[in-house]
Design a protein around this ligand. Sequence first.
Ligand code: ATP
Ligand code: MG
Length: 258
Amino acid sequence: MTELLELDAVSLHYGSLRAVDQVSLKIGPGERHALIGPNGAGKSSLLGLIAGTLPCTSGRVLVGGEDLTSMPEHARARRGVTKTFQHSSVFLGLTVLDNIELAVQRLQGVSHRALRSLDRFDSVWKSARESLDAVHLAHRANDLASELSHGERRQLEVALALALKPRLLLLDEPAAGMSSAESAALVRLVKSLPRTVTVLLIEHDLDMVFDLAEKISVLHAGKLIASGDAAEIRGSQVVQDAYLGGANVEALFEEDDG
Ligand SMILES: Nc1ncnc2c1ncn2[C@@H]1O[C@H](COP(=O)(O)OP(=O)(O)OP(=O)(O)O)[C@@H](O)[C@H]1O
Ligand SMILES: [Mg+2]
């Protein structure tokens, strides 16, 4: 079976700092996979290497067997690899719907002129509407993004990624700053995605991780130190030793929301 995502010894160096250090990982089609680890472990950097917002220092990124390593972000987006950002990437002066159309234009390479052609416009508009529906923001479509609550803005970021019809959806702490009701809605949304969408999620809240993810990978100082199901990660000696000198692994992440 072809893996949906295969990382082959990918690294990202900032001078002498190895933000990502020789990470190899395979994620199967339709999998819900979480990436955990303390602040500064390299989680966001690794997502950047997959999405193409950061260049690999070495190693290879394959999606559906195709080597995307040297492709820019928009070329990967066209192949179904899309990422939400940890920090807000929303244009506050535009409406919710315009934000989505802009993201689709930018990453799918639909030019302004092409967008005016009716077919193209219809398909962009339709996927924008569908993704707003999916995150329960349809009633806000014509409001300015600046009028959204923090949690709604995070939902919009997920909608931006969904509008691109991802095969691989990369979520970087999507629930950060959300209320518990908003986080619960986000969990339901991710659970409701069709299995044609593979999900790789960075999340500090281990309850959410264990609820959503079938597989969990742990990064520590740029290195992948463990990968497995919830029971394997909870019981992993290497995870416990690396962070905690043998204490309970969950204790670390509870105070790590920062
Ligand atoms: N542009 C940069 N230049 C130099 N170092 C960087 C740069 N971006 C990130 N780093 C460093 O790379 C390491 C990994 O950072 P990264 O943001 O990937 O961690 P993270 O696991 O996402 O952390 P957090 O949980 O806080 O989001 C950190 O030591 C960080 O300081
Ligand atoms: Mg991060």
